[in-house]
Ligand binder design. Structure first.
Ligand SMILES: Cc1cc2nc3c(=O)[nH]c(=O)nc-3n(C[C@H](O)[C@H](O)[C@H](O)COP(=O)(O)O)c2cc1C
Length: 220
């Protein structure tokens, strides 16, 4: 995508969840996506079941599965993202990290990786320590992918906050926090794209490619 149609709603892609059917991480992500919708975005969710269908990303292999291609294409056309992971042993879960590693396929795009896109970050964990430290890790990953972490990220302690159904949460403050993450991602997309004129976007992309040798793609 080289230009932005100022009349369409921005597309916010949600990536996250776990293999559990009642994943609190995926439910938290759903709240954030609804916040993005309320702020004027269209949304699409890649939840735990989908992420589980992705093979382990292998950069040396030429073949990509339909599911890998679906994710890559969706992110390529996204205006913003929201990523939600559980804290697993002090880090981002392998399931979510594998999806993010798959985005290596976007390295040669005009907008490489998550370039120019806001990324809301959400972490669930059984305690505040992992909620905080994994949120920091996730934001670092987003930086490495050239994304713009939203100012507000949500760390949720699932020992204290329950998501009993897909649209219920025991803590109204957490609901507000998740809506803020989605709202900020959508608002950034609207504001950022308002500055990308159809003529200016390809020029900016060309200038960037000329200024930066390919090796800098992995500078962070
Ligand atoms: C393999 C595994 C490792 C975990 N490691 C941590 C951890 O290091 N710190 C923590 O606070 N919670 C940890 N948890 C708890 C999860 O982060 C927490 O239950 C999370 O909310 C699960 O999300 P879900 O409901 O979407 O499956 C771990 C859970 C699992 C299954």
């Amino acid at each position: 995508m080289t230009s932005f149609d100022h009349h369409r709603r921005p597309l916010v892609i949600g990536i996250g969840g776990t293999t559990r059917a009642a994943s609190s991480t995926e439910r938290a992500l759903g709240f954030a996506l609804r916040g993005a919708q309320a702020a004027g975005a269209n949304t699409r969710l890649f939840g735990g079941t989908f992420l589980h269908s992705l093979p382990h990303y292998a950069p040396e292999q030429a073949h990509r599965t339909d599911e890998q291609l679906e994710l890559i294409e969706a992110v390529r056309h996204a205006d913003a993202l929201i990523i939600a992971t559980p804290g697993y042993h002090g880090g981002v879960s392998g399931l979510v990290k594998n999806a993010l590693d798959t985005l290596e396929e976007l390295r040669a795009d005009e907008r490489p990786y998550l370039d120019g896109r806001a990324v809301g970050c959400i972490v669930t964990a059984y305690g505040w320590q992992a909620a905080g430290s994994v949120l920091t890790s996730l934001r670092s990953i987003v930086h490495a992918l050239r994304g713009w972490p939203t100012p507000f990220g949500a760390g949720i302690n699932t020992l204290e906050t329950r998501f009993d159904t897909v649209d219920t949460c025991s803590d109204v403050k957490v609901v507000d926090q998740l809506a803020t993450v989605g709202q900020q991602a959508a608002q950034f997309a609207l504001a950022f794209n308002a500055h990308r004129t159809p003529d200016a976007a390809p020029l900016a992309g060309t200038a960037l490619k000329e200024a930066q040798p390919a090796r800098l793609l992995h500078a962070v």
